[in-house]
Write a protein of this length. Structure first.
Length: 184
């Protein structure tokens, strides 16, 4: 594993991998005001070359990049530089994708809408919290359904028709459920 570390410890370079151009520009401007140098990609195409040339110290990766998975981007970025702080953003959160993102090298995993403060806090938070409240109320049926749908969708490589077949529902029904749940 080769690390493509930054020139200095204070040189903050952020790579934003986000297919929503408007959201990516907003993030970029906000981070630039905070002293980051920012590069943007709309998807995984050209990721490795951009990372090698730009040498980011930080990355924000959307989980769903059109038809591609941001998890592959997380794995590639972590392979290029294991010290890079990577935050995955998603409007389609699930326990399964959160676990996979962390296993693949993400520093943290946030659901949309997330702002610059949330993302910077996620970059800074390196350790887990053993004191987190574990007496949370039971998970709702809607949340369990959503997690099952999202896990099936991830298992089907985000192919809606295949996920619908595996779930035993019509493709349009699944598409409507996804549209209702999409948060960004």
């Amino acid at each position: 594993m080769t690390d493509i570390a930054t020139d200095t410890a204070t040189d903050r370079r952020l790579l934003v991998v986000e297919d929503d151009a408007s959201f990516a520009r907003t993030l970029a401007r906000s981070f630039e005001r905070r002293g980051y140098r920012v590069e943007m990609l709309a998807g995984p195409d050209g990721l490795e070359a951009a990372a090698r040339d730009f040498r980011p110290s930080h990355a924000v990766v959307d989980l769903r990049l059109g038809g591609a998975s941001g998890l592959a981007c997380v794995a590639a970025l972590h392979t290029l530089d294991s010290a890079m702080k990577i935050v995955v953003l998603t409007g389609f959160a699930s326990i399964a994708t959160a676990v996979e993102a962390i296993k693949l090298g993400a520093t943290n995993y946030l659901t949309k809408p997330a702002n610059t403060d949330d993302i910077e806090a996620a970059f800074a938070r390196e350790d887990g919290d053993a004191d987190v409240d574990i007496s949370a109320p039971p998970t709702s049926i809607k949340t369990l359904e959503w997690e099952h749908i999202h896990q099936t969708l991830a298992d089907a490589d985000f192919n809606i028709s295949e996920a619908a077949r595996r779930l035993g529902m019509h493709r349009r029904t699944l598409a409507r459920k996804l549209d209702k749940r999409h948060m960004g």
